[in-house]
Design a protein around this ligand. Structure first.
Ligand code: SF4
Ligand code: SF4
Length: 145
């Protein structure tokens, strides 16, 4: 596909479709997972957790929040976690949706592989370099322009 008018909208729609698909997979297949939305896993050092994202996901967040609202990550906590709550819940990344501390790790790993294949295909379709990068690096690079 060639970049042009409406490309961002088309990309955003496709990312939203992938997230919808993901939510269905999670609802159907991970019933034992219980997330209390405590937000502890959004402090990556504190929780000994790492979170990686892809380019289309960051573009999707930026398109919905506005580029100027993409915040750098200056601590080990995601900047969108404020007072323990995700302030971008509707637009959060695939890895945020998949990870659940009480869930089945194999299920989450397989689902992660599946969703990354979809996001990789999206990169090919929209001629975006495929990168799978740690959240802090992605946010800081975006904020640096
Ligand atoms: S986007 Fe939301 S759920 Fe994901 S790490 Fe940040 S605060 Fe946590
Ligand atoms: S996955 Fe676990 S640590 Fe993360 S918000 Fe849910 S209950 Fe808290």
């Amino acid at each position: 596909m060639v970049a042009g008018c409406g490309t961002d909208e088309r990309l955003g729609k496709k990312v939203a479709e992938i997230y919808d698909w993901l939510e269905t997979q999670i609802t159907d297949g991970n019933n034992e997972a219980q997330c209390s939305a405590c937000g502890k896993c959004c402090d990556f050092d504190g929780f000994d957790h790492r979170l990686f994202i892809t380019g289309p996901e960051l573009k999707y967040l930026a398109a919905n929040l506005g580029d100027e609202n993409i915040m750098p990550m200056t601590t080990s906590r995601c900047p969108y976690n404020i007072e323990g709550k995700c302030t971008v819940y509707e637009y959060r990344f695939a890895a945020c949706r998949i990870f659940c501390c009480s869930g089945n790790a194999d299920f989450q790993s397989e689902l992660s592989e599946s969703v990354l294949k979809k996001l990789k295909s999206l990169c090919a379709e929209f001629q975006i370099p495929y990168r799978y990068i740690e959240l802090a690096d992605a946010l800081n690079a975006f904020a640096d322009g």
